[in-house]
Design a protein around this ligand. Structure first.
Ligand SMILES: Cc1cc2nc3c(=O)[nH]c(=O)nc-3n(C[C@H](O)[C@H](O)[C@H](O)COP(=O)(O)OP(=O)(O)OC[C@H]3O[C@@H](n4cnc5c(N)ncnc54)[C@H](O)[C@@H]3O)c2cc1C
Length: 399
């Protein structure tokens, strides 16, 4: 495929992972972004690399592939640059899910049984084991499970590392370059018009995250990817008190829910710098980026149920971002059947950091006609949930 030109539209972590795979495969890759690399959703989320929150199905398969790939990818990054690998802050620290009600315990136990059947490790923690693993977690729990495969990265550092590999393999990056529309010939996209002039290529990858719907509409082949707001509280650095990614059993329900109104659950994790990240919320409010005190209060209240000792912690800041949401909760990865030469890699909602490396590998396999590690069919572009009307859905969700 040497000489094949690919333009990756979007330099978030998904675009970076795709660019890395394609550049290492020998393609001529150009990455364009209207902002800076990793400046949008990728730098507005947390960095969990999770299998624990996914039930059996295609998304879990992509998560398992990604979990296998992360250490391999990072070993490759470290060969190029130890500093870049260090900045990823890879921590395979495992996750712990805690239920605080009887109903929550039942749901969690059933969910874990289904996961074990497809190869996920989920170990029951009794009260003593939970106290040993997380001494500051609530004693008022009804069930707890340890997922040793869960891990964490620093999202912007991870995206920079992936992009760095792509650039080292010959890719080029154009920032401050907004894609405005497509140039087509006989039903094929041959170029894009950008704020910095035209860009020709053989293939184009829509990796515009929550703006994938808007960008695809500009290109004439709309996909229904919408923003789903999430907010995170960041504490001032604390002495070590959270040792895994710890979340309440309600989180899985919030992830899988399609409700537009506010969903909150407690997701608590420490970072290398000592700050504790406290999430998470889900709201469909278009691209309204105002922080809402009532959302932050609800998130904090749930976190205190899990970690009562956080009551004395100072909150240093809060931030939010827009998860790229597809109504059927699955990413869109593959060729667009309506416009030859256009591919999509997006719609990962709250899991795009973790799923990025698997997405890059799958896209490369599909583009180059290679065997895939998993069935790509569930991610195809021509599913009803993806071919909805983006313009309608975005305006419906405007505040
Ligand atoms: C609060 C919160 C917490 C989260 N926590 C986690 C987590 O713990 N684990 C996890 O895996 N995921 C998490 N996520 C989700 C994750 O952040 C996203 O799924 C992921 O960042 C999406 O990456 P992306 O590359 O698709 O999108 P983005 O990072 O948004 O990148 C898209 C890029 O496209 C560019 N772009 C858009 N339109 C154009 C255009 N017309 N022309 C040129 N460029 C354009 C943008 O500037 C942007 O840089 C969280 C998200 C939020 C909001």
């Amino acid at each position: 495929m040497n000489g094949t030109r690919v333009a990756v539209l979007g330099a978030g972590i998904v675009g970076a992972a795709c660019a890395r795979e394609l550049a290492l495969a020998g393609l001529e890759v150009t990455v364009v972004d209207r902002g800076g690399a990793a400046s949008a959703t990728t730098s507005h989320g947390e960095g969990n690399v999770l299998v624990s929150d996914k039930g059996p199905g295609p998304e879990l398969e992509l998560a398992q592939l990604s979990r296998t790939l992360w250490p391999q990818v990072l070993a490759g990054v470290a060969e190029r640059s130890v500093a870049a690998a260090h900045a990823v802050e890879w921590e395979p620290k495992g996750g712990i899910v805690v239920a605080t009600t009887d109903a929550g315990a039942d749901g969690l136990t059933r969910f874990a049984a289904d996961q074990r059947a497809v190869g996920v490790r989920a170990d029951v923690l009794d009260a003593e084991a939970l106290a040993e693993a997380e001494p500051y977690a609530t004693r008022e729990h009804t069930a707890a499970l340890h997922y040793p495969e869960d891990a964490q990265v620093q999202p912007a550092g991870a995206a920079a590392a992936l992009l760095g590999d792509a650039l080292a393999a010959g890719a080029t990056l154009r920032t401050g370059c907004e894609v405005l529309g497509a140039v087509t010939r006989s039903g094929r996209i041959t170029g894009v018009r950008t704020s910095a002039g035209p860009l020709e290529a053989d293939w184009f990858v829509n990796a515009a995250g929550p703006w994938s719907g808007e960008l695809s509409a500009r290109l004439g082949a709309p996909v229904d990817v919408r923003p789903r707001r999430g907010d995170v509280l960041v504490t001032a650095p604390l002495p070590p008190m959270v040792f895994h990614k710890v979340y309440d059993a309600d989180y899985v329900g919030a992830v899988g829910s399609s409700a537009g109104d506010l969903q909150t659950s407690a997701v608590v994790e420490s970072t290398r710098g000592g700050s504790v990240l406290i999430g998470s919320s889900r709201r469909r409010v278009g691209f309204d980026d105002r922080l809402r005190p009532e959302v932050l209060s609800a998130v904090a209240a749930k976190a205190l149920r899990l970690f009562p000792t956080l009551a004395g912690a100072a909150v240093m800041r809060a931030y939010g971002g827009f998860r790229p949401y597809v109504p059927d909760h699955l990413p869109v990865i593959g060729a667009d059947p309506r416009l030859d030469g256009l591919w999509h890699a997006g719609g990962h909602e709250g899991a795009g950091i973790g799923l990025s490396v698997g997405t890059g590998r799958l896209l490369r396999n599909l583009m180059l006609g290679e065997p895939t590690d998993l069935d790509a069919n569930p991610f195809r572009v021509d599913r009803p949930a993806v071919l909805g009307t983006t313009a309608r859905s975005v305006s419906e969700e405007s505040p």
